[in-house]
Write a protein that binds this ligand. Structure first.
Ligand code: DGL
Length: 271
């Protein structure tokens, strides 16, 4: 019997920070991961172009029989969640709303920083999500401080998550958050959780760090994916399929650096 399949996508390697949780927490559920590496970084593109790229990827994943679409990408969640949800025949999972709720819970003083690419930072998506949920939290007057971080994705796409260049870039983007007295920081880009050791070093132990990737696996479980795959029956092994629009070998090499294990075969696909 075929296992149920989830479609997961991002502009590049960033969504692997989400896929690794699905890999670990839903071992009996198959997934197909699409990295749009030919077009990475999304943060430097026009919003309409990014929405067009996302539509193509979602159609491809649905043609591949995905039964849920996971936007393992803040930019997609910020710009195209409502749009894709309106036409998709399967559930669409964004990553912003639950991260905003978690940040409101974790924050001590309601001062929340968001490190993101330029598009997500200027979209207002995290401000809206926090505004929607702040009345349920202890922080009725929570404030959100987004910072656009254009240098980070190109470094992470090369596997450069430590060293002087990555540290200097992260310090530059951390400074305005420090100036604003934030006590909580959201990784507003799925690439950035790979910089977590560096951010912990720079920000220190008193800052709560929220990784939106953490909440996606729980969401999928709530939708019944893993439970249904665990039922009686003669199942095929769960599959992990990796596809990219750019260089497949480069993606596999960077993935190994970031995850610390080999992901296996990566296929190049022209959409
Ligand atoms: N990792 C993606 C995100 O979460 C996209 C980053 C980019 O390509 O700029 O927004």
């Amino acid at each position: 019997m075929q296992r149920r399949l989830i479609g997961v996508f991002d502009s590049g390697v960033g969504g692997l920070s989400v896929a690794r949780h699905i890999d670990r927490d839903l071992p009996n559920t198959s997934f197909i991961y699409f990295g749009d590496t030919y077009y990475v970084p999304y943060g430097e593109r026009e919003p309409q172009e990014v929405v067009r790229l996302i539509d193509k990827i979602c159609h491809h994943l649905l043609e591949s029989k995905a039964e849920a679409l996971v936007m393992a990408c803040n930019t997609s969640s910020a710009l195209a969640y409502d749009h894709v949800k309106a036409w998709s025949p399967v559930p669409v999972i964004g990553i912003i709303e639950e991260a905003a709720q978690a940040a409101l819970q974790a924050s001590r003083h309601g001062r929340i920083g968001v490190l993101a690419n330029m598009l997500t930072a200027s979209s207002g998506a995290y401000e809206r999500a926090c505004a929607k949920h702040k009345d349920e939290s202890a922080h009725k007057s929570a404030e959100v401080f987004p910072v656009g971080c254009p240098k980070l994705v190109p470094l992470i796409e090369k596997g450069q998550v430590s060293g002087a260049e990555a540290e200097a870039a992260l310090r530059e983007y951390w400074q305005p958050l420090l100036n604003n007295g934030v006590d909580t920081v959201i990784f507003g880009c799925t690439h950035y959780p790979f910089l977590r050791p560096l951010l912990e070093k720079i920000a220190g132990p008193d800052i709560a760090i929220i990784d939106p990737a953490y909440y996606v696996a729980e969401h999928l479980k709530r939708l019944g994916f893993e439970a249904e795959n665990e039922g009686e029956g003669c199942y095929e092994p769960a599959e992990r399929i990796y596809q990219v629009s750019g260089d497949a070998d480069k993606f596999a090499q960077t993935a190994e650096i970031l995850l610390g294990y080999k992901i296996g075969r990566v296929d190049h696909i022209n959409l």
